[in-house]
Design a protein around this ligand. Structure first.
Ligand SMILES: Nc1nc2c(ncn2[C@@H]2O[C@H](COP(=O)(O)OP(=O)(O)OP(=O)(O)O)[C@@H](O)[C@H]2O)c(=O)[nH]1
Ligand SMILES: [Mg+2]
Length: 375
C-alpha cells in the first residue's frame, strides 16, 4: 500500500499530533513537526505532518522480511547478492545526498549533525531539525559565526518541541489507573512493573493490586508473586483473557492496578493476538509499551507495526544505562508521537527508575556520548 502525507495545524505540536492520531488512528507515523513558517502560518502556529497510510502488516513483504525468509530457507547465494546490492546502493545514495543543499550544513551545524547521527537519530529527522535551526538562527544570512552554545540550544528546543513526556503511574488523587506493561521479550516489563509497584503502589498508600498474565514463564510470575508478598500487595495470575476480565471486575475497587504481560516474540503470534484481543475489549487499560533503549531505530520501527496495534498510550524505555547513544529510541518516540512516561536505568529495584522529563532526555542525548568518551 502506498503512503501519502497530510499536515495538521494547531496551537501546539502536541495537539496537532493528537488531531492526526484522532483522525487517522494511533499507528499514524509522524514525519515532521514544528512551528509553521511562510504561507502556512495562517493555518496555525504549529504543524504536524504524518503518513496517512502505513503499509498493512503482511500485505507486501518488505525487504528485511524477504531477507529473513531467505535466511530461514538457507538461500545464502541469493541473500549475499541482495546484501551486496543494498550495500552498493546505500553508498551511492549517501554520496548523492552529500551533494544536496539540505545535507551541506553551515559550519556551526556540522559537528552537531555528526553527533546527532552518531547517536542513532534517523538521518531524515536530523536534516529536518538542522534546517529549522538554520532558519531560526538565520545562519545562512548572517556573516557572524555563532558559538556552539546557541546552536546546541536551538537543536534542543527543536527536539523538545517534537518530543512529549507523559505522566507515569503517579496517579492523581481519586483517579483510578489500570496500567499494563506490554512489549517484546526481555525488554524489562516485569522489572519495571516491580519498580512502579514499590514506588507508587506502596508509597502512595492507594489500594493497589498486581496482576500477571504471564503464564508462559512460571518462574517470572512466581518472582512477581514473591515481590508482591514483600510489598504487602495482593497478587493474582490471569491464565487467559477471560480470567483477566473476571479479575478486573473483582479488583474494581483498587485505585492502582498494575498488569504484567508475557513477552511475545515476533514468531509468537498466538500469544500476541490473545492479549491484543483482551486489551481491545478493555479500553480502560492504559498500555505502556516497554522497549530496550539499546535497540536500533529501524528495529524499533519494525516492531511498531505489531506493538502499535495495541494502541499504547505511553512509551517506557529500559536499559538506558547500557548505551551512550540515545538517538534511536528518542527518534522512535518522535516518529510514533507517543509520550515517554519513564526510563529504566538499571537492574536495582526500585532505585533505577526515572520519570521522563524533557531536560533529562536532552541531557541523555547530548551528555551520554560525551560522558562515555570521558569515562
Ligand atoms: N541494565 C538494565 N537491566 C535491566 C533493566 N530493566 C530490566 N533489566 C534486566 O533485564 C532482564 C530482563 O528483565 P525482565 O523484567 O524479566 O524483562 P521482561 O520484559 O519481563 O521479560 P519477559 O517477561 O521474558 O518478556 C533482567 O535481567 C532485568 O534485571 C534496565 O533498565 N537496565
Ligand atoms: Mg516478564
Amino acid at each position: 500500500m502506498m503512503s501519502s502525507r497530510r499536515t495538521f495545524y494547531a496551537n501546539s505540536v502536541e495537539s496537532a499530533v493528537a488531531q492526526a492520531r484522532q483522525e487517522l488512528g494511533d499507528e499514524t507515523l509522524l514525519v515532521e513537526a514544528g512551528a509553521t513558517s511562510g504561507g502556512d502560518r495562517h493555518l496555525g502556529p504549529y504543524a504536524a505532518t504524518v503518513e496517512t497510510e502505513a503499509p498493512s502488516v503482511g500485505s507486501i513483504p518488505d525487504p528485511p522480511a524477504i531477507l529473513e525468509a531467505m535466511r530461514r530457507e538457507g538461500d545464502h547465494t541469493g541473500l549475499e547478492a541482495i546484501q551486496s546490492e543494498i550495500g552498493r546502493l546505500s553508498v551511492l545514495v549517501r554520496s548523492l545526498a552529500s551533494h544536496l543543499p539540505s545535507f551541506s550544513y553551515m559550519p556551526e551545524l556540522t559537528a552537531a549533525a555528526a553527533h546527532l547521527e552518531a547517536s542513532g537519530l534517523p538521518q531524515l529527522l536530523v536534516s529536518q531539525i538542522l534546517e529549522r535551526v538554520e532558519r531560526r538562527l538565520g545562519l545562512r544570512q548572517s556573516q557572524d559565526r555563532l558559538s556552539e552554545l546557541p546552536v546546541r540550544r536551538g537543536i534542543a528546543a527543536e527536539l523538545e518541541s517534537l518530543l512529549s513526556v507523559g505522566s507515569g503511574p503517579e496517579q492523581p488523587e481519586g483517579h483510578r489507573r489500570v496500567l499494563a506493561l506490554v512489549g517484546p521479550p526481555g525488554a524489562g516489563k516485569t522489572t519495571t512493573l516491580t519498580k512502579l509497584a514499590m514506588r507508587y503502589g506502596v508509597s502512595s498508600r492507594a489500594p493497589s493490586v498486581i496482576l500477571s498474565t504471564d503464564c508462559y514463564r512460571v518462574a517470572a510470575a512466581e518472582q512477581l508473586r514473591a515481590y508482591a508478598a514483600i510489598l504487602g500487595l495482593p497478587f493474582a495470575l490471569a491464565e487467559n483473557s477471560g480470567a483477566l476480565s473476571r479479575l478486573l471486575v473483582e479488583q474494581r475497587h483498587k485505585e492502582v492496578v498494575l498488569i504484567d504481560t508475557p513477552g511475545c516474540g515476533p514468531s509468537d503470534l498466538e500469544c500476541f493476538e490473545e492479549w491484543a484481543r483482551a486489551f481491545t475489549s478493555h479500553p480502560e487499560i492504559e498500555r505502556h509499551l516497554v522497549l530496550p533503549a539499546t535497540a536500533r531505530y529501524e528495529d524499533l520501527m519494525r516492531g511498531w507495526r505489531r506493538w502499535g496495534r495495541l494502541k499504547p498510550a505511553r512509551l517506557i524505555f529500559t536499559h538506558i544505562d547500557e548505551t551512550a547513544f540515545h538517538g534511536s529510541w528518542l527518534g522512535f518516540a518522535i516518529s510514533t508521537g507517543l509520550p515517554i512516561s519513564c526510563l529504566g536505568t538499571g537492574q536495582r529495584v526500585p532505585e533505577d527508575l526515572e520519570m521522563a522529563s524533557k531536560p533529562l532526555l536532552m541531557d541523555l542525548l547530548f551528555g551520554g556520548a560525551a560522558r562515555a568518551a570521558n569515562a
